[in-house]
Design a protein around this ligand. Structure first.
Ligand code: CO
Length: 134
């Protein structure tokens, strides 16, 4: 059911410093910062040959990233995103197998303008999983 790895998201305490490190130290193709107010994050996308890295920083007061950074002040891997062809079919399959979908359970429009869902990390080996319809 899952296809490619779409991105790995890393929460960072200093977005400028992290973007500069990927650009200057690692020599990656780093995009400009983008605000995603609906998700409470400011993001920088890094395009690799086979996937993307999404640097996440809190935006606003209720950011879901703030608590993560409070527990992981140096930053850390926040979630991984797998592509699916049909997000509603994927959701039904997961629910039927007892996995928990976060939030309302309805897909939201993610940072790439495509529908996304998040799955409970306790159901997936301690890893927050995002599914993105492509
Ligand atoms: Co993501």
């Amino acid at each position: 059911m899952i296809g490619r790895l779409n991105h790995v998201a890393i929460a960072v305490p200093d977005l400028e410093a992290a973007a500069a490190q990927y650009r200057d130290t690692l020599g990656a193709e780093v995009g400009p910062p983008q605000d995603e107010p609906d998700h409470g994050v400011r993001v920088v996308f890094i395009t690799l040959l086979n996937t993307k890295i999404e640097l996440l920083h809190p935006l606003g007061d209720d950011s879901p990233i703030a608590g993560f950074l409070a527990k992981n002040p140096a930053g850390g891997i926040h979630h991984i995103c797998y592509e699916v062809a049909d997000i509603l079919a994927a959701r039904e399959r997961l629910l039927a197998q007892g996995a928990r979908v976060l939030g309302s359970g309805e897909p939201r429009i993610g940072a790439h303008g495509k529908p996304v869902l998040f799955l409970h990390p306790k159901d997936f080996n301690g890893t927050l999983v995002e599914l993105e319809e492509v």
